[in-house]
Design a protein around this ligand. Structure first.
Ligand code: PEP
Length: 250
């Protein structure tokens, strides 16, 4: 089954609303590919203005996080229905910065992922090992527990709406990138795990993105790996030229 490539830009805690709308405009006007999905993931404040500014463009919008309750006394949180109403189509779940700085656990990833599905959003579950876990030969064990925890209780029909992002923590924002072989190996492991947990059809249709210091120069090599279905890009998504350069390289 053929999988459509996706290039997603995670803008993290960067850009004012005005800057975000301007960047979105630059990406939309420079976009010369229709054969892949392009997603931008602004901060919450900019999400709706960016989505509105992209309403006549194929560029999609996502949230960087999502709370697991739909409404209630949860000061400071943002829910699935709010994200959906603001124009989001996707939501990141379990980004390593959430895991590292905000106490994200497998259980809370699973709750957030279910909240996204409930709201009609497509979750992107981020998984990946730290440097010390890789050095201790624990990469596959870490990936297995992050997948098992994040996807706990999911039915095959729900899994078809989920994207996985393999993001080795040691490669995020560091300028270090997994080699093409390391990325290929991890992606093959992830797809094999999905096949064992669900079935071959689900495994073959699940999009698995690579993330970790992707830039226009290294994108082609990574995206040419057969199990790599796109990229989740941080730093290089903050300038239209470099993000468009990655899209062109795909
Ligand atoms: C990310 O934020 O998911 C990411 C991969 O960042 P960077 O591209 O900057 O490493």
């Amino acid at each position: 089954m053929s999988r459509k490539l996706m290039i997603a830009g995670n803008w993290k805690l960067h850009l004012t609303v005005e800057e975000a709308v301007s960047l979105a405009g630059g990406i939309a006007s420079g976009l010369a590919r229709e054969d892949l999905d392009v997603l931008v993931i602004p901060g919450f404040l900019a999400l709706e203005p960016v989505a509105l500014s992209l309403s006549s463009s194929p560029v999609l919008v996502g949230g960087q996080n999502i709370f697991w309750e739909d409404q209630g006394a949860f000061t400071g949180e943002v829910s699935g229905p709010q994200l959906k109403a603001a124009g989001a189509r996707y939501a990141l779940v379990g980004h390593s910065e959430r895991r590292q700085y905000f106490g994200e656990t497998e259980k809370t990833c699973n709750l957030r992922l279910n909240a996204a599905l409930r709201a009609g959003l497509r979750p992107i579950l981020c998984v990946g090992e730290t440097q010390s876990e890789r050095e201790a030969d624990q990469t596959e064990g870490v990936l297995e527990s992050q997948l098992a925890g994040g996807l706990a209780g999911l039915q095959a029909g729900q899994m078809e709406l989920v994207t996985i992002a393999y993001e080795p923590v040691w490669a995020i924002g560091t300028g270090l990138t997994a080699t093409e072989e390391q990325a290929a190996q991890a992606h093959a492991y992830l797809r094999g795990w999905i096949e064992a947990r669900f079935d071959k059809g689900v495994a073959n249709s699940t999009r698995i993105l690579y993330g970790g210091s992707v830039n226009p120069a290294n994108a082609a090599g990574l995206l040419n790996q057969p199990e790599v279905d796109g990229a989740l890009v941080g730093g290089a998504s903050l300038k239209a030229d470099s993000f468009l350069g990655i899209i062109q390289a795909a």
